[in-house]
Design a protein around this ligand. Structure first.
Ligand code: FE2
Length: 420
């Protein structure tokens, strides 16, 4: 029993890894910590939530989003081809009009939308290819503004490449000095393969020098000759940075021949790097140059998971030049992964749920403070579902979001009335 009086009590909670036979538990929270978990807690609290057997889960983790471009779809024009490269061109025009308040206002709107749907951990990329570093400065300011209710990591992301223009590499380093959590890159978009390799080496050197995590947009292209993943994995292995390194997208991995993929998988296992797949976006962007058969364009999520590697899922875009849809709902992302990656077995659907919760926490290197356990921070969500599988199937409403022991948001599930 806790020695302090709880401030909040959740009754009859079903946890994500419970079998249907396991009795629901009560969860007691005091201040910002979980202080007790047991089937029948004989405790009272000023605020009691009767969960009545619904799923209570650690919050969703959005491990890959671009908040600086969020909510700009159609500005200054719509992406007619639907390709990644037209998206980059449109963003190049739109970002000429960026100002600090514009980025802050849209990022805050997107973060509130995400939080209301159960996300309390977000890794956002910030484009650092403009000399003013406006997007980066704005997102660092937003990180500070939301820190009491949301954990936001900011990646310094050189959208136009490190060696595409003379100042890009210096801007990336300046972004690290300003305080980004993570250093990023985009080797497949550099002018030559040699520049791509050089960019990965530079990113690792900077991460070591400034003690930062690494998250690289890697091989986001259908070109089966785009092979920067092996460079990232080899650098991770040699540097010992391992699980501090993430390869995002890696869509070309879906186009590699199986002989090469088999050899690569051995290196990946040794490197212990993390992967982020963005199935909503990559099923949309990739395969645009194919006729039929048309590739799915999403990395080998199932095989990476079966190999014991850490895979998480991201939304990538919310209504921006690359993807005019999206609401920030991680259950949409998990559902798309289930379909596109053909992970329809019960344990596979559970794995896709883990990819938006516990696996995402591993990617962000925050696993120590994450999860529903006594002594951990009281961050959890109550879903209108009885299991992770049902939550993905129904895109369940997140009924309550509790951040640092406080109720942050509540949503009433829709109620149907029939008049037949
Ligand atoms: Fe991205």
């Amino acid at each position: 029993m806790p020695t302090v009086s709880p401030s909040l009590l959740l009754k009859h909670c079903r946890l994500p890894d419970d079998s249907p036979q396991v009795s629901p538990v009560d969860i007691a929270i005091a201040a910002d910590k979980i202080v007790a978990i047991a089937p029948q807690l004989d405790l009272s609290a000023p605020t009691v939530i009767e969960v009545a057997g619904s799923l209570v889960s650690p919050p969703f983790v959005e491990s890959h989003i671009h908040l600086d471009s969020a909510l700009t779809a159609g500005q200054p024009r719509v992406n007619q081809s639907g390709t990644l490269f037209e998206g980059i061109e449109i963003w190049r025009d739109r970002k000429q009009a960026l100002d600090f308040d514009d980025v802050c206002q849209r990022a805050m709107q997107a973060l509130k939308q995400q939080a209301s749907q159960g996300i309390l951990y977000v890794r956002t990329h910030a484009d650092v290819s403009e000399a003013s570093l406006t997007a980066l400065k704005a997102l660092l300011s937003v990180r500070e503004a939301v820190k009491d209710w949301m954990t936001l990591q900011v990646v310094a992301f050189p959208q136009d490449g490190l060696y595409g223009s003379p100042d890009s590499a210096d801007l990336l380093e300046e972004a690290l000095r300003l305080g980004t959590d993570v250093v990023g890159g985009i080797p497949h978009y550099e002018l030559t393969r040699e520049d791509g390799v050089r960019s990965v080496q530079r990113i690792f050197a900077l991460a070591t020098q400034y003690d930062r995590l690494i998250d690289i947009h890697c091989d986001e292209i259908d070109d089966d000759q785009s092979r920067f993943l092996e460079v990232v994995a080899a650098c991770a292995l040699r540097s010992g940075l391992g699980s501090r390194v993430t390869a995002s997208h890696t869509t070309a991995f879906a186009s590699y021949n199986n002989a090469y993929a088999l050899k690569l998988m051995g290196l990946l296992r040794r490197s212990q790097i993390n992967f982020i797949a963005n199935p909503l976006i990559n099923i949309t962007l990739q395969g645009r140059t194919d006729t039929y058969p048309k590739r799915r364009g999403v990395t080998r999520v199932k095989e990476l998971w079966q190999s014991g590697l850490n895979v998480s899922l991201g939304h990538d875009c919310i209504q921006d030049p690359w993807y005019s849809l999206g609401t920030g709902n991680m259950l949409d992302v998990a559902s798309m992964a289930v379909h596109v990656c053909q992970m329809t077995g019960q344990d596979e659907i559970q794995a896709c749920y883990d990819m938006i919760t516990t696996q995402g926490a591993k990617t962000l290197n925050i696993a120590d403070g994450y999860g529903i356990e006594v002594g951990k921070p009281a961050n959890l969500i109550v879903l209108d579902a009885e299991s992770p599988q049902a939550a993905i199937r129904d895109r369940a409403t997140v009924k309550a979001v509790i951040s640092r022991g406080q109720i942050l948001a509540e949503t009433t599930p829709p109620r149907l009335s029939w008049y037949l």
